[in-house]
Each structure stands twice: as C-alpha cells, then as structure tokens.
Ligand binder design. Structure first.
Ligand SMILES: Cc1ncc(COP(=O)(O)O)c(C=O)c1O
Length: 409
C-alpha cells in the first residue's frame, strides 16, 4: 500500500493562522509586558465588550475555560446542590462535569440521528415520563432519584445549533433554566420560527458558555472561556464567582473560584475575533466543497446534515461510515489525519457508571458513536487537500463495494 508521509494533511492547522497574525499577536504580548497588566484590566474589558457584540448579547464575562464558563453559568443561574440537569450523552465530558461540579446530577436525553444534537422529543419524553409533577412549583421531579429538575444544557455540537425553539418552549413550560453549551459554536446561527429571525448561538438561553481552547473556531494561545448573557444579575454573579467572590479586593461576598480570563489571552482573542467571521465563512465554504466532492458517495457515507434553520460554523466536519475503523486507517495510510468526537457516549464512560444507565439507554448516541469520523476542517484547508481526502474516501467506498459484490456473488 502506498504511504504518503511527506504530503500529509493535518487534522488541524494551528500554525498558519498564528503565523499570519504574528505581528499583531506579538504586539499584544509587548503591551502586556509594558503594562504588567496580566490579570483583569482594559484588555479583558475590551474583549468582553467585542465578544458580547459579536454574540448579540448584553454581557460577556471572560473566564478561565469553557468548563469554568459552564460551571459558573449553572451556579449563577440558580442550579443548586442536589438538582437534576438534563443534557446529552453525545458531548465532551466537560458538559456533564460542569453539571456535577455545580452540585447537580446530569440526566441524559438522546440526540437526533441527523443533527447529533439534543432531540427535543426525547427531552419532552424524559420530563413527561421519566419525571413526575412537582405540585408546589409546577416543575418536574426525576422519578428515579426524587430530585428536582432545574435546568437543561443543550450542546451546539460540532458548531451546529441545537433546535432551540422547542427546547425553550419545554423549558418555559416546566420552569427550567437553559444554559447553552456553545463551546464549539462561536458565530453559529439559529433561525427561530418563533422570533422569525436568525439568532446567534450564545444569545438564546439564560446564559451560554464558550470555550477558547486553541483548536476552537476562536481559540486562545492557552486556556480561556467566556459566558454570554442578557441577564445582568447572572453576569454580576459570574463576575464574583470567577474572582473568589470579591467585588472589592479582599472583601468576599461569597466563596468563589480562581476562574479569571488572562489579560494576555483576552488581547490575543480580541485580535483573532476580527477574523472570526471570515474564518467561519471559509469553514462553511470547505463544508460546501466536501458536499460537492462527496455527494455521489452519500449512499455509503453519511455527510453532515444542516437543517434549514441552522447556519453552523463547522467546528468539526463529521461523517459516518459503518466501518469507521477501516475508513480511518485507510485515510491514515494516505496521510490524512482524522479525529473521533467522541469515541464513547458519556453514559457508557466509567465516570458515569454510577448513574446506572447501561447499554441501550440511548440508542441513537450508541449507534452513532462507533461510526463517526471527523475529517480535517479549518479555514486554511485547501481545495486540493479536500480533493485528496475525497479521492481517498471514494477509493475506500469503492473497495468496500467490490468486497460486498464479491461476497454476494
Ligand atoms: C462541547 C464542549 N463543552 C465544553 C468544553 C470545555 O471547554 P474547555 O476545554 O475550554 O474547558 C468543550 C471543549 O472542548 C466542548 O467541546
């Protein structure tokens, strides 16, 4: 088998965008050194202001990571020790970790097979069948644990918004807080049939969490995150939570955390934010090109599905094949790096065995997980590289077809 090592296509290119912006990024570093403004200060405030504007929200509070953002948003919005918070099993563990770290217990609901995001009907079923009415509050109580359900965390996975209209309707009906996990969805848009307009990811729930982990569409040069919200009280609580509960130095209104956004990262993010819309557009163009190149393989390989109400930002480009292992190793032999997001649904991870779900609890997540494969996707991905990837996939599909034909002849 021919192995092309010197011409390999990386899964992610974090070098080129930083090389392109080197001068601007270095000047942020010089400004930080010159002022020694490492924590807080104008660079953080300026970024917060710009990112809130980008997300169409009133407030943005910079924090140390996406996990901090989720945990602080849940606590600030009112999730309490012993509560139940609904989310999906098909996500990065941080979504569920933040729920536990806020003192609550995650309850999983399955995803939609086409979008891989929270299925509103599964959410409704959990609340109507898996829960009983709380006659005092009009809310819901989980039948298994007897705990109060207080919040929902839909995840805009792979950069595509979850179907928020029905989720928000259900939340309103049962008095549930909605915190968007927008950690992969900077700039994604959702067409609300209710509001009759496009809304930005991060502007639809009580609050939303963003991660600026380096590989994200908007990534820092280290750890960083942010919460966006239109709720002034939530914003104020998060400002306390991220900074040991202090509004004034050494005067603590509550116990908090060390969860601040570094000034240096804020400055870097502010430079990169100016390019985010163009980078997202380039990612959408790459997705369109993948569609063109692989449209004829649709019977064999499942390409991402974008509903008419979604404008995703393709943080990841995830395809599905029944022989994922074979496809991944075929691509690797041809110098194409791929990823798996994520190899096991959370309810089957050892960390969540204690929840007692076991196999078959979430059939869609369990069916999808062994088949998904993330192809290279970034603004700098070139058409010729996409052609190489599509050719390699077509070759794999053809060899599979031939072996099936041979077996049945
Ligand atoms: C869906 C999702 N939620 C939460 C997080 C956590 O963000 P961070 O790594 O910045 O803590 C991530 C990051 O990978 C994520 O993809």
């Amino acid at each position: 088998m021919e192995i092309i090592m010197n011409n390999s296509i990386p899964f992610l290119d974090l070098v080129t965008p930083h090389e392109d912006l080197k001068e601007e990024l270095c000047s942020v570093f010089r400004r930080t050194l010159a002022t020694a403004g490492f924590i807080g200060g104008p660079m953080v405030a300026e970024f917060e202001c710009d990112f809130a504007r980008f997300c169409d929200t009133e407030y943005c509070i910079g924090v140390g990571s996406g996990t901090d953002a989720l945990r602080f948003a849940l606590i600030a919005a009112g999730v309490k020790e012993g509560d139940i918070v609904c989310t999906v099993p098909n996500t990065f563990i941080a979504t569920a970790e933040a729920i536990s770290q806020a003192g609550a217990q995650p309850a999983f609901v399955d995803v939609d097979e086409r979008t891989y995001n929270m299925h509103p009907e599964q959410l409704r079923e959990y609340l109507e069948v898996g829960c009983r009415d709380d006659e005092f509050t009009g809310g819901k109580i989980d039948r298994k644990t007897g705990r109060r359900v207080t919040a929902i965390v839909p995840v805009h996975l792979y950069g595509q918004p979850a179907d928020m209209d029905p989720i928000l309707d259900i939340a309103e009906r049962y008095h549930l807080i909605v915190i968007e996990d927008a950690c992969q969805a900077h700039g994604a848009e959702y067409f609300s049939r209710k509001a009759k307009r496009w809304l930005k990811a991060g502007s639809m729930g009580r609050a939303a969490a963003f991660s600026f982990y380096p590989g994200k569409n908007l990534g820092a040069c280290g750890e960083a995150g942010a919460v966006t919200t239109n709720d002034g009280q939530v914003a104020q609580r998060i400002r306390l939570l991220r900074n040991h509960g202090q509004a004034q130095k050494y005067y603590h209104e509550m116990e908090g955390y060390n969860g601040r956004l570094d000034a240096l990262q804020a400055g870097i993010l502010r430079v990169k934010l100016r390019h985010l819309a163009a980078w997202n557009a380039a990612r959408r163009e790459c997705a369109r090109r993948y569609e063109d190149l692989m449209g004829t393989l649709r019977g064999d390989i499942r390409l991402p599905y974008e509903p008419s109400w979604a404008k995703g930002v393709f943080h990841l480009y995830v395809v599905r094949h029944s022989d994922r292992r074979g496809l991944q190793s075929h691509l690797s032999d041809r110098g194409v790096d791929t990823g798996i997001h994520y190899p096991s649904p959370l309810h089957l991870q050892k960390a969540y065995e204690y929840l007692g779900y076991g196999t078959n609890a979430f059939p869609v997540s369990e069916r999808v997980t062994p088949q998904i494969l993330s192809l290279p996707m970034y603004a700098q991905l070139r058409p010729d590289q996409q052609q190489t990837i599509a050719d390699a996939i077509a070759e794999f599909v053809e060899s599979k077809r031939q072996s099936i034909a041979l077996m049945s002849s």
